[in-house]
Design a protein around this ligand. Structure first.
Ligand code: TYD
Length: 222
């Protein structure tokens, strides 16, 4: 049975610009009168907090333990937030979902196909997955200020593998986009594809007009 709502996911390596795009998309959908909500993984729930605490002590978890924590966190998110939201007919936006487990834990040596199957046993499949692509060094450059060169080198090598797995997702629900593009132009494309998927046109009705929705064509080529 197809739920009433819609599920859209934004994925990509650290620093690819996911959170910005989720925020912009949420605002634009709401401005069109849609009942939209944004969630992120890892969550702020008990498992998500444990993941963040453990992540601060590098090497404190094996890849299998890490995967297990992400699965627990996601199962809770699916049961408490995602399925209830979809049943209410909401548009749910997700900043990371199980494709992150496939890519990040896959890059640590766990079979990506197995990770995907474990998730798809309980996690509803999204309507669309936007994968923002960016070279690992650029993603790191956007987020890391103070790490030592050795740590950065190590992380860049890891993120290169993660990026490669993200790039390998194929099928009608995956949309690969260049995360290096100007964020408003990128946001406009994500919005258009999202509305199209929901069977809505991109036409803006008068009662929906909000100043922040005015496009700035002169800024698009920056
Ligand atoms: P991130 O989105 O950066 O969250 P925050 O900025 O709130 O800490 O996610 C934290 C890290 O978790 C990120 O490097 C990707 C990783 N991750 C996985 O390894 N597997 C997963 O399943 C998910 C959801 C995230």
């Amino acid at each position: 049975m197809r739920q009433k709502g819609f599920l859209f996911v934004i994925e990509g390596i650290d620093g690819a610009g996911k959170s910005t795009q989720v925020r912009m998309l949420l605002r634009k959908l709401r401005a069109r009168g849609l009942d939209a909500a944004a969630l992120r993984e890892p969550t702020r729930g008990r498992w998500g907090r444990e993941i963040r605490a453990k992540a601060r002590q590098a090497g404190s978890l094996t890849p299998a333990q890490e995967l297990d924590l992400f699965l627990r966190d996601r199962r809770e998110n699916v049961e408490k937030n995602i399925l209830p939201g979809l049943e209410k007919g909401r548009v749910i936006l997700l900043d990371r979902y199980y494709f992150s487990s496939v890519a990040y834990q896959g890059a640590k040596g766990i079979d990506p196909g197995r990770i995907r199957r474990l998730n798809e046993r309980f996690a509803p499949k999204p309507d669309l997955v936007f994968i923002l692509d960016l070279p690992a060094a650029r993603g790191l450059g956007r987020i890391e200020g103070r790490k030592t060169r050795d740590l950065l080198f190590e992380k860049e090598r890891y993120l290169r593998k993660v990026r490669r797995i993200f790039a390998g997702f194929r099928g009608p629900r995956f949309v690969h986009l260049d995360g290096g593009r100007e964020k408003r132009a990128l946001g406009a494309e994500i919005l258009a594809l999202t509305l199209k998927k929901m069977g809505r046109s991109g036409i803006i009705f008068d009662h929906e007009r909000r100043p922040e929705k005015i496009d700035h064509p002169h800024r698009q080529n920056r």
